[in-house]
Design a protein around this ligand. Structure first.
Ligand SMILES: CC(C)(COP(=O)(O)OP(=O)(O)OC[C@H]1O[C@@H](n2cnc3c(N)ncnc32)[C@H](O)[C@@H]1OP(=O)(O)O)[C@@H](O)C(=O)NCCC(=O)NCCS
Length: 210
């Protein structure tokens, strides 16, 4: 039996607006938004009610679910805590080649392009107009902010965050849970667990791994 195209969204912040609009554009019926902040309960996002705490998702096992929280470590924590049917959402205005592998819980926003044989892990965010060229590999919980560009055969490890407009030249690697600042040009491998910024990107402040 084909699973119903019904979904619950976890998180009611700004990122959730884009996730919900993406889901709706892709033909999903978004039944509820859940958030642990009581002040959000009773509000609506694009006609979808914010119904209550995240734990309420466990009472909707029939529904698909997606975590609409921009913080990579928070998405990992929730994905580990909640056993839900994580769905993958691709905006109809994104271009994703048929050979691309997309993990559960991953969202691809409008204007994004993912080229042949790229592999994208679970709960990844490919934000507005980001591009991923051929044979790139993105680990679980990674995130490309709007307009980030990966040339071919780039590796982005688990939980890494690439800020708005980052560019990465072919074959380079950004290590796990690293943050790359907006506008950076990555022209060398960047280790895990650091902050890197600038053109060319250099390691700046040491960051603790989650
Ligand atoms: C890199 C980043 C994480 C650093 O954040 P932070 O630790 O709060 O840094 P601060 O704002 O305190 O700035 C520290 C210094 O780094 C510089 N800096 C900050 N971001 C920079 C960037 N992207 N490129 C170059 N320099 C940067 C600041 O000018 C400042 O320099 P100074 O010490 O000479 O004054 C952040 O600035 C950034 O670029 N985030 C990306 C955000 C983004 O793309 N979000 C997308 C959401 S969808």
């Amino acid at each position: 039996m084909t699973p119903r195209k019904e979904v619950v969204v976890i998180g009611a912040g700004g990122h959730a607006k884009v996730v919900i609009s993406t889901l709706q554009a892709a033909g999903w019926q978004v039944n509820a938004v859940l958030d642990d902040r009581p002040q959000k309960w009773g509000s609506e996002i694009f006609g979808v009610p914010v119904r209550g705490p995240i734990s309420a998702a466990l009472e909707m096992p029939e529904s698909g679910a997606v975590i609409a929280i921009g913080d990579n470590a928070s998405r990992r924590r929730l994905a580990q805590e909640l056993r839900l049917r994580w769905i993958t959402a691709v905006h109809p205005a994104a271009v994703v080649h048929a050979s691309v592998r997309l993990g559960a819980g991953t969202v691809v926003f409008a204007g994004a392009v993912i080229q042949p044989d790229a592999s994208v892990g679970a709960h990844v965010i490919i934000n507005t107009a980001a591009t991923v060229d051929h044979d790139c590999v993105l680990g679980d919980f990674a995130q490309l902010a709007p307009g980030a560009h990966l040339a071919g055969e780039v590796r982005i490890e688990e939980g890494a965050f690439l800020g708005v407009g980052t560019s990465v030249i072919p074959g380079k690697c950004v290590g796990a849970w690293t943050t790359v600042g907006a506008g950076a040009a990555v022209v060398t491998d960047i280790p895990g667990g650091v902050v890197a910024m600038g053109v060319p990107a250099r390691v700046s402040i040491l960051k603790k791994k989650p």
